[in-house]
Design a protein around this ligand. Sequence first.
Ligand SMILES: *Cc1c(COP(=O)(O)O)cnc(C)c1O
Length: 362
Amino acid sequence: MSYKLYIPGPVAVSEKTLRAMAQPMIGHRSTDFVALYNSIQPDLQAVASTQDPVYLSTSSAWGVMEGSIRNVVKKKVLNCMNGAFSDKWNDVALRCGKAATALKFEWGQPVDPAAVRRELATGAYDALTLIHNETSCGCMSDLPALMKVIREFPDVIAIVDTVSSLSGMPIPKDELGIDVLVSGSQKAFALPPGLSFLSVSKKALARAATVSDRGYYFDYLEFQKNHENGMTPSTPIIPLIYALKSKLEDFKAEGMPARFARHARLNQQVKNWGLAKGFKLFPQDGYGSVTLNCFANTLGYDLAALNKILKTKHSLVIDGGYGKLKGKTFRISNMGDETDATIAALLGSLDAALAETPKLPA
Ligand SMILES: *Cc1c(COP(=O)(O)O)cnc(C)c1O
């Protein structure tokens, strides 16, 4: 059975990308690999607007999210939490044996810069975690405003998750002063899962050098040493690196400004559709994500039934709510390669499917 994913990750992967993966293997210490790695680097740096290297990690994003905690936290980390992924990052920090404070906001509310300033001003912290785009509830915090506050505290290493936003909108890493940027392959990049991106500033590398229990697999210093030779610390997921090269060519062919504009336009089209149907956006007004929409199920549809109809009759699936929001919200991705035509087709299918979807008893 074949159907198209409109869930916010993993998202649909193009035929071109799939074909790019089907190439002969090369040794990861060969000159061919070094050439591949080095050819990708400038384009990845351009996507993140950074002079720092962008390391390639063979893991999902959680690998480098956990690894970053282990590399830079010595004193205490402030975990800004407003959804499932940011909540879990606090749990992960504690599981790594780190001192951590949970700075909690309601799911769907953005991280408040004033609250971050109040906490950091205590002087208790040497690191902070922040999720730019909380995919679980479709909430996008104001990254420039938050980074402005965080940069008042030069000793605090800011680890910023851009897993579902990088390449969907401008994220000027160096200009904003982001120390550590993490992202993944299967969301906005529209690659298969299994590869993640990690860009670390000199300041964060220097911090890592003073931490003794960084481990090996996600050690910043190992990444840096190998990067200088055009390589990764251990055998990387070479098919996905072929796919990444192909995808970065797509980015260049479209042009990043056009790519960002396409995401904004398609996001608005889905938002307009949902609001016209009578749904409300789940996140606070003005803080909706540009790469997905998370609607509150204010009309009380049976979302499991809706997805069954979408899958069997329209060969597509949306998301019926993450974690505690299951059944209460639904999420629709406009990440990756979506076009005006694919979004129009999706909305047509949604109209047809909703017309035959039962509502749950109130
Ligand atoms: C999907 C996602 C993650 C987790 O990514 P994995 O690839 O499953 O490790 C983390 N943060 C955000 C914002 C996400 O959307």
